[in-house]
Design a protein around this ligand. Structure first.
Ligand SMILES: Cc1cc2nc3c(=O)[nH]c(=O)nc-3n(C[C@H](O)[C@H](O)[C@H](O)COP(=O)(O)OP(=O)(O)OC[C@H]3O[C@@H](n4cnc5c(N)ncnc54)[C@H](O)[C@@H]3O)c2cc1C
Length: 361
């Protein structure tokens, strides 16, 4: 289970059967848990939290600002030392099982006629990319990917429209499209998306916060935790600081990171977490945009028939459905209709103009 602020997508997630149900089958179960998020801040982050809450409220979210005393009365297990303010998602906020959601999207797409094939794109045929459009203008297109299939065989796959959404490996795919290799022009710029290893830890605490009422808590130290099902299990993690980024050569878990960095901060914020037992852990790869930790979405600046939706930098699950809709609109209508994501486009990469999110924890 991973996490998200559900916000505007609550209609999709809360009515999943209506949107992704398939005739004759039971509605998908994404294990939606609407316990809200509780963001704790020190003095240095208070003004930003107030501004974020104002914007979220204007956009229809129901986020309350809480004083430390209010936090204490609602969640008495939180140690409010150094906390000056908190924001709590009162409604339509929580977490769900993202794999179940992904499978529900896939099953629905297949029921509507989509074909899936497995294979790794190991390159593109970039010969003869110049074509002429119906007005006689020269345009660049890329119409053939080189695929390695699961049995090891390699074949060329022709396509009309391509969307690069290869997560952590999107920077590498951009390289195979020529980005970062030309002496001048748009393809002289590399796409700054790379893998970054992140850990998730699940621990048990018999006297921890009530799982039916415990929100996902983001601490001032940037650790987060939330209940993981019943049975006294909680899930937690923290992003390492830039200077201590672990190698991405393997997906091994560094248990000392939990012992030395995560656990002490958990125990500081919730006294009951002084006594816990680590049950399981895993590592995954963030799709990290080193320029501004935000996704690159929209039309390719060089190839007329290609689009991008990549580099979500650890918050792609909560954006995925909206981005899918927006990119579909861009392809079908040649413009965004319901959600304008122009600001996420390649232009900012080409012009080195970072677009930073102010509501990241
Ligand atoms: C530990 C961890 C915790 C996270 N927690 C959250 C969270 O709480 N909330 C949130 O919103 N997000 C979270 N994320 C981030 C989220 O998982 C990603 O942002 C999201 O999955 C990105 O979706 P995507 O479809 O762009 O890429 P992915 O989900 O990575 O999918 C990319 C796909 O492309 C495939 N692929 C890659 N290269 C190639 C190639 N050359 N050829 C063919 N296929 C290829 C991959 O196999 C994969 O199937 C977390 C990530 C991690 C690792």
């Amino acid at each position: 289970m991973l996490d998200m602020s559900i916000g505007g997508r609550s209609k999709l997630l809360q009515n999943i059967g209506q949107h992704l149900g398939i005739d004759g089958q039971s509605a998908p179960d994404i294990n939606l848990k609407l316990n809200g998020y509780l963001l704790l801040t020190k003095e240095s982050g208070a003004e930003q939290l107030i501004q974020n809450q104002r914007l979220q409220t204007e956009l229809g979210a129901q986020i309350d600002l809480l004083s430390p005393a209010k936090v204490n009365s609602m969640f008495p297990w939180v140690n409010t030392d150094e906390i000056v303010l908190a924001a709590y998602g009162v409604r339509n906020e929580g977490w769900f099982d993202p794999w179940a959601l992904l499978m529900a999207f896939k099953a629905k797409a297949q029921s509507l006629g989509a074909n899936y094939m497995n294979g790794e794109v190991i390159g593109f045929n970039l010969k003869n990319t110049a074509q002429t459009d119906s007005d006689g203008h020269n345009i660049q297109t890329c119409n053939e990917a080189i695929i390695r299939q699961s049995d090891g065989t390699v074949k060329a796959l022709a396509f009309g429209t391509g969307i690069v959404c290869c997560g952590a490996f999107s920077g590498a795919v951009a390289k195979s499209l020529g980005y970062g290799s030309d002496q001048s022009g748009v393809r002289s710029v590399a796409l700054p998306i790379e893998p970054r290893k992140r850990y998730v830890f699940v621990f048990q605490c018999n006297d921890g916060p009530d799982p039916d009422r415990c929100p996902l808590v983001f601490d001032t130290s940037s650790i987060y935790f939330r209940p993981e099902g019943k049975g006294g299990n909680y899930l937690s993690s923290l992003c390492p600081i830039e200077a201590e980024e672990p190698s991405v050569d393997n997906l091994d878990v560094d248990y000392s990171f939990f012992e030395n960095t995560v656990w002490p901060q958990l125990a500081h914020r919730v006294k009951a977490f002084e006594s816990i037992k680590l049950k399981t852990s895993w590592a995954g790869l963030y799709d990290y945009n080193t320029m501004d930790q935000n996704a690159v979405i929209g039309k390719d600046p060089y190839y007329d028939n290609m689009y991008w939706a990549a580099g979500f930098s650890g918050h792609g699950i909560q954006m995925g459905a909206a981005v899918g809709r927006a990119v579909a609109e861009l392809i079908v209508h040649n413009k965004y209709k319901t959600i304008d994501l122009t600001r996420f486009g390649w232009d900012r990469v080409l012009n080195d103009q970072p677009f930073r999110e102010l509501n990241v924890y």
